[in-house]
Write a protein that binds this ligand. Structure first.
Ligand SMILES: NC(=O)C1=CN([C@@H]2O[C@H](COP(=O)(O)OP(=O)(O)OC[C@H]3O[C@@H](n4cnc5c(N)ncnc54)[C@H](OP(=O)(O)O)[C@@H]3O)[C@@H](O)[C@H]2O)C=CC1
Ligand SMILES: O=C1CO[C@H](CO)[C@@H](O)[C@@H]1O
Length: 337
C-alpha cells in the first residue's frame, strides 16, 4: 500500500474486536476511525470503549465512507464472504477473521473479488505471522527434522458458551470444524507445504468423523494421508480443556509446540525439538503475531503464499465435511493453486 497511514474501519462488535482493535491501534502506519454494528447503540458503546471517533449503524454504510482504506471483519463465519467481497467492491483492503469462509467456493470468490478490485487481503490467522512460525518454516525447508512421517495437531477449549453463541449455530457457520479445524487443518497444510514439493502438498486425502451437538460438529477427529509417505491425525472440539499443540515427527527428531495458535499469556513463546536420544532443545521467541500480520497486510509483500495457505486449508475442511457426511469415507481435498 502506498499511503503513509492505512485507515481501518471495523465491521462488528464481537469479543475478538477488543484485542484486534488494540493491535491495529498500536501498529505504526494504522489508524482506526470507524466502527459499525447492526445497532447504533452497540456501535456507540464500542466506539467509546475502544476510543474510535465514528460509530455507525450498518456495515454497508461503513464501506461507503471515503475515510476508510481497509476493513477488519469480525463477523460470524457465514458472513465473511459476503462482507469481504462487498469491501473489495468498495475498494477497501480486507482483514477477515478466520475461518476465511464457509467453503472453498466462497474463499475463491473472496480471492477473485480482491484481485479484480486491486485490494490486498489476509485472513486473520495470527500464528502464521509469528516469528516463531518463520523458524518452523526454516526448519522444515532445511529438513532439520529429517523426513517428515507424521503430523498431529489438537485444538480445543471447554464450553460453556454465551447465549446466542454463533459457534453453536449452524446457519452462522458454527461448529468446531470451521472454528478450530481451521487451526489444525491449517497446521497440516502449512507443514506439508513447507516440507514437501507442491505436488505432494496437493494430494491430501482425509477421513473424518464428528460428534454432533445442536446441529454443529462439537468434536472432530480426522486422519489424513499426504502423498505417499506422510500421515496426520487431527483433533478439535469444544468438550476438552484448552489445547493448542502440534507435533511434526521426522526421521531424526520431532518439533513440538504446545501453543501454536496463540502463545500462552505471560509465558515465553516456546517450542521444542526432541531428538531420538531424548535430548530436548527448547526455543523461545518474542513477537506480537497480530501486529506482524497487520504490518504484512499494509506492506508491499506478495501475499499469495498466505492466500494459497488459506485456500488449501479451506479445501481440506471441505473434504472433511464430505467425509463426515459419507460416514468417514476417504475424500481427496480439492487441488488449489
Ligand atoms: N483470530 C482469533 O484469535 C479469533 C478469531 N475469532 C473469529 O472471529 C469471528 C467473530 O468471533 P467472536 O468475536 O467470538 O464473535 P461474537 O459472537 O462475539 O461477535 C460477532 C459479531 O458479529 C456481529 N453479527 C452480525 N450478525 C450476527 C449474527 N446474526 N449473530 C451474531 N453476531 C452477528 C455482531 O456485531 P454487531 O451486532 O454489533 O454488528 C457480533 O458482535 C469468528 O469468525 C471467529 O472464528 C474469534 C476469536 C479469536
Ligand atoms: O479463533 C479462535 C481462537 O481460539 C478460540 C478457542 O480458544 C476459538 O473459538 C476462536 O474462534
Amino acid at each position: 500500500m502506498n499511503q503513509s497511514v492505512t485507515r481501518f474501519g471495523i465491521l462488528g462488535t464481537g469479543r475478538i474486536t477488543r484485542r484486534l482493535v488494540a493491535d491495529l491501534q498500536s501498529t505504526d502506519g494504522v489508524s482506526v476511525g470507524v466502527i459499525a454494528s447492526r445497532t447504533k447503540d452497540r456501535a456507540k458503546s464500542h466506539a467509546q470503549a475502544y476510543v474510535i471517533e465514528h460509530a455507525i449503524e450498518g456495515y454497508e454504510a461503513l464501506l461507503q465512507r471515503s475515510d476508510i482504506d481497509a476493513v477488519y471483519i469480525s463477523l460470524p463465519p457465514s458472513m465473511h464472504a459476503e462482507w469481504s467481497i462487498a469491501a473489495a467492491e468498495h475498494g477497501k483492503h480486507v482483514l477477515c477473521e478466520k475461518p476465511l469462509a464457509m467453503n472453498l467456493d466462497e474463499s475463491r470468490s473472496i480471492d477473485s473479488a480482491c484481485r479484480e478490485h486491486g485490494v490486498r487481503w489476509l485472513d486473520a490467522t495470527g500464528w502464521l505471522h509469528h516469528q516463531r512460525t518463520d523458524c518452523f518454516r526454516k526448519w522444515l525447508n532445511e529438513k532439520k527434522l529429517g523426513d517428515i512421517g507424521h503430523i498431529s495437531a489438537s485444538v480445543s477449549f471447554y464450553a460453556p458458551f454465551q447465549p446466542g453463541e454463533h459457534r453453536l449455530n449452524a446457519s452462522l457457520g458454527g461448529g468446531c470444524l470451521l472454528d478450530l479445524g481451521w487451526y489444525v487443518g491449517g497446521l497440516l497444510t502449512f507443514a506439508v507445504n513447507e516440507s514437501e514439493s507442491a505436488v505432494e502438498a496437493d494430494k491430501i486425502t482425509v477421513r473424518a468423523s464428528a460428534m454432533m451437538k445442536g446441529g454443529v460438529p462439537y468434536r472432530l477427529t480426522a486422519m489424513a494421508t499426504i502423498g505417499d509417505g506422510i500421515t496426520a491425525t487431527l483433533s478439535c472440539g469444544y468438550d476438552t480443556a484448552t489445547r493448542k499443540w502440534f507435533e511434526i515427527a521426522g526421521s531424526e527428531s520431532s518439533l513440538i509446540c504446545d501453543d501454536f495458535t496463540r502463545p500462552w499469556a505471560e509465558r515465553p513463546t516456546r517450542c521444542w525439538i526432541h531428538d531420538a536420544s531424548g535430548s530436548v532443545n527448547p526455543k523461545t521467541f518474542e513477537d506480537a503475531q497480530e501486529r506482524s500480520m497487520i504490518k504484512r497486510l499494509i506492506g508491499d509483500e506478495n501475499l499469495v503464499p498466505y492466500h494459497r495457505q488459506a485456500l488449501r486449508t479451506q479445501a481440506l475442511l471441505d473434504a472433511m465435511t464430505v467425509s463426515i457426511s459419507q460416514n468417514g469415507e476417504a475424500v481427496e481435498a480439492e487441488h488449489t493453486k
